[in-house]
Design a protein around this ligand. Structure first.
Ligand code: CP
Length: 650
């Protein structure tokens, strides 16, 4: 029976900020104990198993040293080729078995998401020591620990992360952590090795965070001084680095714009050659142009105080001449592996004494036959004999595709065709179907297809539209907008504290029309923004040029064309709250269909149109400046799901 509880650390985000701070405090204590040569027996009686399916020097040996230093024991399979994995034993079976021999498993594996699978199957705690190109959370603990020791607070510091930002797992965990601690990041990827979208989308959605990227060539212009380098701010707190919040191109800036503030650290990484495969999954031996970092980069006024970090091992991206420079801290990072990993084990012991409970996993979508993950290196593709692919709704902002996120590797799968499993109808996905898709997910009746052929071979028929009927003309739409603007003027009070946010795309056009009507009546022109509820880094965009769009303490009127189930509005509200704390949020919709899945009632309604669930309301609103003008506005209703209608009603 394991005595450490089931406190798995698969991602750096499995540790709360207070947990990380506690681990650092413990690490300070262990560093001092190690220096004094004090014997420790905190982990006496505990056994740690290290299962390394990939080579390692630092992670495995420092974990093992940490456990020994604390009086615990270690069993190890440093080379899984010498274990039954070589006979074809699955990861799930291996960790089930080893979990009966040990209290803690430290796992390194070449597949993305392997640590998630191990955590799901092992009866004891699992620590991710690097899974494919995904994450390496305990390396990040070492990195943050040294950064904090060298630079003080992590908040507000600026770190240039350089190298293979696509496949380097240490970088991904580090980005998640720096975003959380409010540090600024400048990404400097090797050619073609940019930070993957799923990492960017996660920090944008969960932390409202983004960062700038510059090329290696631009970084090399350091020979002329980083003072010559200008960056594009992309997140509110990063704008503090600049004297202007306007978008600046990556070139010499006009004299009125100041250069970015000093860098606190360079974080270098090697090219992850062992993970490079071509599009067919074949190991790619193509030569890759490497960057090379040397002391010249530290000679400018903005870099001379920067520390140089590297998770190691290095290849030829980092000059050996730097090793004797006091700003080179990479060997200190590696040395910190022992006290930090001791602290992590001690923290797990503390947690288990407090009755640690495994975190409830976010619910996955139930599919009868799930699609295959698009990532060839996902564990769900390598061990598909027992792993059922699992997905959640994704964050992509492409309205023509349904985005699903793999639960194991977090990569996004874009789906073009969706189906309803009971009616056996399939549809070409479009944004208006999103509410239905949410409903089908709840019912367990969502099916997805890569192609029409796949849908039809699965026995699905194409959806056929029923006859369509106009329910609002252009004049009706204009009258409804006037009525809504009048309701808002009468109700909102101080219009100077009001801003409008339109849900992309029709809601944004309606928001601008409402703003014009309010201005015509009162002379007050409220700020206006467009919100893309499908997320992404630039989900909220001011419609007033470069002027920043404020949310905090404002009364926000959220504008949408149709209130169907209410899911879009709920998503929009979540997105707004991630960006600030409004004084109040009001909802204005052109059409309220009257049936909702969430308890949200619009404050301002253009027209109430009670409809059956199987009917579909389609709004056409002419874009501003459209040559066809507002005469193109039209609202129609038609029967959408003729077979599904009866199914849903039962
Ligand atoms: N930094 C790191 O993970 O090193 P190893 O691969 O040697 O464990």
């Amino acid at each position: 029976m394991a005595r450490l509880g089931k406190g798995d650390i698969v991602s750096i985000d499995d540790l709360a900020t207070a947990d990380i701070e506690r681990i650092f405090d413990l690490a300070d204590g262990f560093s001092a104990s190690l220096e004094r040569g004090e014997p420790l027996n905190l982990a006496s009686g505990l056994i740690m198993a290290t299962l390394f399916y990939e080579p390692s020097t630092r992670t495995r040996l420092s974990f093992e040293s940490a456990m020994h230093r604390m009086g615990g024991a270690v069993i190890s399979s440093a080379d899984m080729h010498a274990s039954s994995a070589a006979k074809g034993e699955t990861l799930a079976d291996t960790v089930r078995v080893v979990g009966a021999y040990a209290d803690l498993i430290v796992l390194r594996h070449p597949s993305d998401g392997a640590a998630r699978v191990a955590a799901d199957y092992a009866p004891c705690a699992v620590i991710n020591a690097g899974d494919g190109s995904r994450e390496h959370p305990t390396q990040t603990l070492c990195d943050l620990y040294i950064l904090r020791r060298k630079k003080g607070s992590l908040k507000g510091m600026t770190v240039a992360i350089c190298g293979d930002l696509k496949l380097g797992r240490t970088v991904h965990s580090l980005i998640f952590a720096l975003a959380r601690f409010g540090a600024n990041i400048v990404a400097v990827p090797y050619n073609g090795m940019k930070v993957p979208d799923y990492v960017l989308e996660r920090i944008a959605a969960e932390r409202n965070y983004g960062f700038s990227s510059v090329s290696m060539e631009e970084l090399r212009s350091l020979a002329g001084g980083i003072d010559a380098l200008y960056l594009t701010p992309s997140a509110p707190h990063q704008i503090a680095l600049f004297t202007s919040s306007s978008e600046m191109p990556l070139q010499s800036a006009p004299p009125s714009i100041a250069a970015p503030a000093a860098l606190d650290a360079f974080y270098l990484t090697r090219m992850q050659r062992e993970r490079m495969v071509d599009k067919d999954g074949v190991k790619d031996a193509a030569p890759v142009r490497f960057g090379h970092f040397d002391a010249r980069a530290l000679k400018t006024s903005r870099t001379h105080d920067a520390v140089v970090m590297h998770p190691l091992p290095r290849t030829d991206e980092l000059a050996f001449e730097l090793d004797s420079d006091p700003r080179a801290v990479y060997f200190e990072q590696a040395a910190a592996g022992v006290p930090v990993r001791m602290a992590l084990i001690a923290w797990l012991i503390e947690q288990s004494r407090g009755g640690m409970r495994p975190k409830p996993a976010a619910a996955s979508i139930r599919f009868k036959s799930p699609p295959r993950c698009a990532n060839a290196n996902c564990i769900s593709r390598h061990e598909n004999a027992y792993i059922m692919a699992r997905f959640r709704l994704g964050r992509s902002n492409d309205p023509s595709m349904l985005a699903l996120t793999c639960d194991f590797c977090e990569r996004e799968l874009r789906i073009e065709f969706v189906g309803h499993a009971r009616s056996h109808r399939y549809y070409h996905f479009e944004q208006n179907l999103y509410g239905y898709v949410r409903q089908w997910i709840e019912e367990g009746s969502l099916a997805v297809f890569e192609s029409v052929k796949q849908a039809e071979e699965g026995g699905y028929e194409p959806y056929r539209r029923g006859p369509q009927r106009e329910i609002m003309s252009a004049e009706d739409v204009a009258a409804a907008c006037r009525a809504m603007a009048a309701q808002m003027v009468a109700d909102l009070g101080d219009l100077a504290a009001v801003s409008l946010v339109g849900v992309v795309s029709h809601g944004a056009i309606l928001a601008m029309r409402l703003r014009d009507l309010i201005e015509a009546e009162t002379g007050v022109r409220p700020p206006c923004a467009a919100l893309d509820v499908f997320g992404g880094e630039a989900a909220l965009r001011s419609l007033d040029g470069a002027a920043p769009f404020e949310i905090g303490d404002r009364t926000i009127v959220l504008v949408d064309d149709v209130m169907n189930s209410g899911w879009t509005v709920q998503r929009a509200m979540n997105s707004l709250w991630h960006r600030g704390r409004p004084a109040a949020v009001k909802l204005a919709v052109l059409i309220d269909r009257g049936h909702r899945a969430v308890p949200i009632r619009p404050n301002y309604v253009g027209k109430n149109i009670p409809t059956a669930r199987g009917e579909r309301v389609q709004v056409r609103i002419a874009a501003e400046g459209s040559l066809r003008g507002k005469a193109a506005d039209r609202v129609v209703i038609y029967s959408m799901l003729d077979t599904l209608k009866e199914e849903v009603a039962t």
